[in-house]
Unconditional design. Structure first.
Length: 554
């Protein structure tokens, strides 16, 4: 499905079918009746597909009497052909009419990249050969020869194959009549002869093949003489065996069992392990290829970013407001902070959101999240909460505090960063700052040069004081957002696991994690912003938050 070789090196489907039919060894093709069964046949290793009239009509739920129109059949074939690279030989019944209908059929099949068609010498509308075969009249030999010739004359690819199917033995005629017809059809241009028999043993086929003596490739359908060893067919130089209906028959048994069991049990527990997983369906449909293509072609594609939100803290400075809920659940402008945060994530295509809850975890009833709980929230800090989400870490995620309010572009721009670790630093001055609460000052390799977009700046450390050593000044505040990409995940996991073994792990916060990684030689990128966010640590912050939400983007 991906990375197609240059068209000049591809063997066409008609050529592949011709090779199968004309090869010196016995070949096999298997029935399929829709896109997914065709894919399964190819995956099993078959070199060709029989688009069976019986199976296709059955999957439509109609009889094998030309009840499905030929255009309905051709439409279905298109799905089968699109999802496979092996050739499809259509069971074209009688050609759906006279020579003229046959001409149009061949042209339409070639347009769908169908490799060949088999037509049988009966009268439209036909009946399946195993239903009262003797009562079915055969076509006039001359008329059928005209149909073959018309088909051959209208094909544009020389390799397109027309197989002429002799129904004389099915209709109760003898070998002589079958041979007479086969020879006429060969002379009319048929690429191969399908000789059909409904006996439980292969005697008619063997006798026919002896008499035929390889004048043209022979094709057989051993549905009724299924117990015949393959060697028998080889010995009489059969070219192609069609296993004509076994995919639809196995599907029917599978579906009947499943339906009965689910009906009886009124539940799925017994059936789950006996049916294909939905992931297997996605695989067969080629979901991976689409995901790849989206990355390549779809400009508004959002990568599979996930989010981890830390919301275990009560928010002690908020007094009674957090008596019954953590601060992440405090409403701002009528909507809890966490709801706003989750909505922001979803708006950016981040749907896989893990929230680490702790204090009053049960009050976090925001839909669209996976909740994990830090049961030790009362005696531990941010890193212990983050460690609770360790299992959910991926190569593409964002970690955030649960009390953040920010303009949407901040998250959008952060996600665009492909460095292993990127943090958002607000370079705005004191006027933008929270009035209380811990401030995580970021000391960076360069101050924010606001004239440059996306300058490469690294974090040097995070501290709770703006000034250190009397002269070193922070370049801004870390807002509590980290972007993790690719190897950044492993850096994070390694650091967390190492810190987990230290005695003071319970006291550690996110700045300690960042500083530890920096000390271990990891590079942490800085993405500067200038205002447009706040966090909620106090009643004063909450008041500002109320004002801020009215400025927020919709
Ligand atoms: C079919 O598969 O539809 C065939 C083969 O025509 S048989 O059913 O054996 O006639
Ligand atoms: Mg048929």
């Amino acid at each position: 499905m991906t990375n197609k070789p240059p068209s000049s090196t591809i063997e066409t489907k008609p050529k592949k079918l011709r090779r199968l039919i004309e090869s010196a060894q016995l070949e096999f093709i298997l029935e399929a009746h829709n896109g997914i069964s065709a894919r399964i046949v190819e995956e099993a290793g078959f070199s060709g597909i029989w688009a069976s009239g019986l199976a296709i009509s059955a999957q439509f739920g109609v009889r094998d009497n030309n009840e499905a129109s030929w255009t309905q059949v051709v439409d279905l074939l298109e799905f089968m052909s699109d999802i496979t690279s092996i050739p499809i030989l259509l069971d074209g019944d009688t050609g759906y009419g006279n020579f003229n209908n046959m001409r149009r059929l061949v042209r339409k099949l070639e347009q769908r990249d169908i490799a060949g068609v088999c037509i049988e010498d009966k009268i439209f509308p036909k009946t399946n050969s195993f239903i009262g075969g003797e009562r079915q009249p055969l076509a006039e030999v001359e008329e059928f020869c005209g149909k073959i010739a018309a088909g051959k004359d209208s094909q544009s690819n020389d390799d397109f194959c027309i197989v002429a199917r002799v129904e004389a033995l099915i209709a109760g005629w003898d070998i002589r009549e079958a041979l007479r017809r086969a020879e006429a059809y060969r002379k009319a241009g048929a690429d191969a002869i399908l000789i059909h028999s409904k006996l439980a043993h292969p005697d008619q086929i063997v006798e026919f093949a002896h008499e035929w003596a390889n004048r043209a490739p022979l094709v057989i359908v051993p549905t009724k003489y299924y117990s015949t060893p393959i060697e028998v067919f080889r010995k009489v130089d059969i070219s192609l065996v069609i296993w004509a209906n076994h995919m639809i028959r196995s599907a029917i048994i599978g579906m009947q069992k499943t339906a009965a069991q689910i009906f009886q049990n009124q539940g799925l527990i017994e059936i789950e392990d006996r049916v294909a997983s939905v992931d297997e369906i996605f695989r067969l449909q080629g979901a991976d290829e689409l995901a790849e293509a989206e990355r390549r072609y779809f400009s508004s594609y959002q990568p599979d970013t996930k989010a981890v939100i830390l919301a275990a803290a009560r928010g002690d400075d908020l007094g009674d407001l957090t008596a019954e809920r953590p601060k992440a659940m405090i409403p701002v402008g009528g909507t809890p902070l966490l709801r706003r945060l989750v909505d922001k994530c979803k708006k950016r295509g981040i749907d896989d959101i893990t929230v680490v809850a702790g204090y009053k975890a049960e009050s976090i009833d925001v839909s669209g999240i996976n909740k994990v709980i830090n049961t030790e929230f009362a005696s531990t800090g941010e890193l212990a909460s983050l460690a609770c989400a360790l299992e959910t870490f991926t190569d593409d995620m964002v970690i955030m505090y649960g009390d953040l309010l920010f303009r949407s572009y901040i998250l959008r721009d952060l996600i665009e960063n492909d460095a292993p670790l990127t943090i958002v630093v607000d370079s705005a001055g004191e006027e933008e700052e929270s009035l209380t609460g811990a401030k995580d000052y970021a000391f960076c390799s360069e101050p924010d040069d606001r004239s440059m977009w996306g300058q490469a700046v690294n974090l040097q450390h995070i501290a709770s004081l703006r000034l250190v050593n009397g002269d070193e000044t922070a370049c801004g505040r870390w807002i509590g957002m980290i972007r993790v990409k690719g190897s950044g995940r492993q850096w994070l996991v390694d650091a967390l696991q190492t810190l987990q073994t230290s005695d003071n792990f319970a006291e550690l916060g996110m700045p300690d994690l960042l500083n530890f990684m920096l000390e271990s030689g990891r590079e942490v990128r800085v993405w500067y912003i200038h205002g447009h966010w706040l966090d909620v640590n106090s009643l004063a912050d909450l008041e500002r938050a109320g004002n801020f939400t009215s400025e927020l983007d919709p």
